[in-house]
Design a protein around this ligand. Structure first.
Ligand code: FES
Length: 360
């Protein structure tokens, strides 16, 4: 082929062909329609929506305690097939036999494509998902699992401080393993109530004992957690909300650089104002205080309302608003869905004193 000729050869019928740049530009234009007057691009609505990859049906091949009130689960393809790959920080969304949906960080080795490993702490006062996993997900049970997604990706920085609180160690374990494999300068501070409640301590120590610090039996301050940060260290933190808040407050006083974090519980509500929700057009009205979510209040009246992430990204708790003006705080709904009345009550609210009438 003559790579010096800027003209594309004619097509089979002798017609001149558009040059490659124009072909790509046309294809892009077919796919996307510029949203005039807005700052983004909108998909061409005439084209079918991109198809999501199908979920996986996996079987429980391992179920064993790894700490007090913590079980490790292994999930594999029933026919022994290779599982989709994942990167440190990724999580799975499980649909349990009861229909509950729950998200858990992958804590195995990404190089092992024969099974996924997660660890689950039993929460006595949770929504029942962890109890179901502990008590009912026996070997051989099949469940639907969405392919791994990563909301806490490891960026491969040279100098790392990993901060784990309790079961929050799960996404940090593969990150520590990867950092060790790459020869990076990493240190992990792992806080827990008692040693018996802290999973994977020995596995972490086996990677590099001098790089693991345990803080047992007390709640460390943000300054203490960041004590070993070196100038420019990237901090990866996963743990309960108070731990994360303490780290955020102390970050400016430490030499650490960027902070990456993942919550495994709802974020504290900021700037919340009291409002009310009504269950159906003729149903009872409930008060939502400034420091509670509408979902928590609704679940007192309707304990079977589904939820999963409690952070406004999974969409499980979605409800329809019959009247009232929501204050959307989620990261999931599109502007069209919001305009159609969708609401994620785990995070979204209303203005002070307003009422949202919900279709439930
Ligand atoms: S529970 Fe996940 S969006 Fe509300």
């Amino acid at each position: 082929m003559d790579r010096t000729n800027p003209q594309a050869p004619p097509d089979l019928y002798g017609r001149p062909q558009a040059d490659p740049f124009m072909r790509r530009l046309t294809a892009f234009g077919d796919r996307y329609t510029p949203a005039l007057g807005s700052r983004g691009l909108r998909r061409n609505p005439r084209l079918p929506a991109p198809r999501a990859l199908p979920a996986l049906v996996l079987v429980v091949t391992g179920h064993r305690p790894v700490a007090e009130d913590v079980v490790e689960l292994r999930l594999a393809d029933p026919s022994g097939g290779v599982l989709p790959g994942w990167q440190p920080g990724a999580h799975l969304r499980l649909t349990l036999p009861s229909g509950r949906e729950r998200h858990y960080s992958l804590c195995g080795d990404p190089a092992d494509r024969t099974s996924y490993r997660i660890a689950v702490r039993r929460l006595a006062d949770g929504g029942g998902g962890s109890r179901e996993i502990h008590d009912e997900l026996h070997l051989g049970v099949r469940l639907t699992v969405r392919r791994p997604r990563n909301g806490f990706p490891f960026c491969g920085e040279q100098r790392l401080l990993l901060l784990a609180g309790g079961i929050g160690v799960t996404p940090l374990l593969p990150i520590a393993r990867e950092a060790q494999r790459r020869g990076l300068d990493w240190h992990l501070v792992y806080a827990g109530r008692t040693l018996a409640t802290m999973p994977f301590v020995e596995e972490l120590r086996a990677l590099a004992p001098e790089r693991v610090t345990l803080l047992v039996g007390r709640i460390p301050s943000g300054a203490e957690l960041l004590e070993s940060a070196r100038p420019g260290s990237a901090v990866y933190c996963c743990g309960p909300a108070p731990m994360l808040a303490a780290v955020q407050r102390a970050l400016d006083e430490s030499p650490a650089g960027t902070l990456h974090f993942e919550r495994f519980a709802a974020a504290p509500i900021t700037d919340g104002k009291p409002f009310t929700v009504q269950l159906g057009a003729d149903g009872p009205t409930l008060d939502v205080p400034a420091d509670r979510s509408a979902l928590d209040v609704l679940r007192e009246a309707r304990p079977d309302l589904p939820y999963s992430c409690h952070q406004g990204f999974c969409g499980t708790c979605r409800l329809h608003v019959l009247s009232g003006t929501p204050e959307h705080r989620d990261r999931r709904l599109t502007s069209e869905e919001r305009a159609d009345g969708a609401l994620l009550p785990c995070v979204s609210r209303a203005a002070e004193g307003d009422r949202l009438v919900l279709d439930i």
